[in-house]
Design a protein around this ligand. Structure first.
Ligand SMILES: [Fe+2]
Ligand SMILES: [Fe+2]
Length: 286
């Protein structure tokens, strides 16, 4: 594995700073001048986070992480226990205004529920970020969160802060620098390796138990270049494109469900325990 640089302090105060940055960036009705508030000068920590992500997420890195975590050898846990475990990720920021991990999951799921969507869709909302337990396994921020993108082929200029790919060692592998790289035209996203992070991990953990649209929502919810910017259609099948309607349907709930009221954990827990039991066995492999 090639690593470009290591600093002892992680660039983000908390991994959710990336989610907040994305939500601000895509906030509807934003003017061009506001958009400039999302450049590197205004967000040095976020920019440094993206620099590390883009410099270190190589094809070899994604393959190595898949080997390390994709086999699900980290033990058995229930979904609820995983949510409790994720909640131990301590937030450095203001506890009065920021949501805990479980609160973000519940707000996302509750917003989906209020709109009358099917139960599997609500469940996808509740579990979508559980892959962030990678942080608790000691993985650096840039290998857990961040917009995902295909590795092993040319980077789209629709990827945020794409200038930082200048520092990625795959830059020097000519085979990885063509439009299709190591892939066939329209080979389908399942054959395409994305940069490693919490999306791919939670997809791997839960894929045997969920309907296909939910699998797409989990696996590609951070694939902003594709679901927000329409990039990489040349690697997708028509089925992928159809399934991305679901990914797009999911995204606003992830970004904009933060309400004024914190969700009432105690009141909601029985509903979610029933919902989890409808789809999952008591414990699954992580
Ligand atoms: Fe996420
Ligand atoms: Fe999320």
């Amino acid at each position: 594995m090639n690593t470009v640089s290591h600093s002892t302090e992680p660039p983000l105060e908390h991994v959710d700073q990336w989610d907040d940055f994305i939500a601000g960036r895509y906030r509807e009705g934003k003017s061009t001048s506001e958009f400039r508030n999302y450049d590197e000068k205004a967000n040095p920590g976020v920019a440094e986070f993206y620099r590390l992500n883009h410099a270190n997420q190589t094809l070899a890195f994604a393959l190595q992480k898949e080997k390390e975590f994709g086999g699900l050898t980290r033990g058995k846990r229930s979904i609820w226990a995983a949510a409790d475990y994720l909640n131990t990720l301590v937030d450095d920021s203001d506890p009065d205004t920021d949501l805990s991990q479980i609160e973000h999951l519940l707000q996302t799921a509750e917003a989906i529920r209020k709109d009358g969507h099917p139960r599997w869709f609500i469940l996808a909302g509740f579990i979508h970020d559980l892959g962030k337990v990678l942080c608790l396994y000691g993985e650096p921020q840039w290998a857990v969160v961040g917009d995902t993108f295909p590795v092993g082929c040319a980077w789209s200029d629709q990827i945020i802060f794409s200038q930082y790919f200048a520092q990625n060692p795959d830059r020097n592998v000519p085979e990885y620098q063509t439009l299709y790289g190591i892939y066939e035209p329209n080979c389908g996203l399942d054959k395409v390796r994305l940069s490693w992070g919490h999306d791919e991990y939670i997809y791997r953990v839960t894929r045997d138990y969920l309907p296909e649209p939910a699998q797409y929502m989990l696996r590609y919810h951070s694939f902003y270049p594709a679901h927000r910017h329409g990039a990489y259609r040349h690697l997708m099948t028509s089925h992928d494109v159809k399934m991305f309607d679901w990914v797009n349907k999911f995204n606003p709930y992830d970004l904009y469900s933060k309400g004024a009221q914190k969700p009432k954990l105690k009141e909601l827990k029985p509903f979610y325990e029933d919902l989890i039991a409808e789809f999952f066995p008591a414990e699954i492999d992580w």
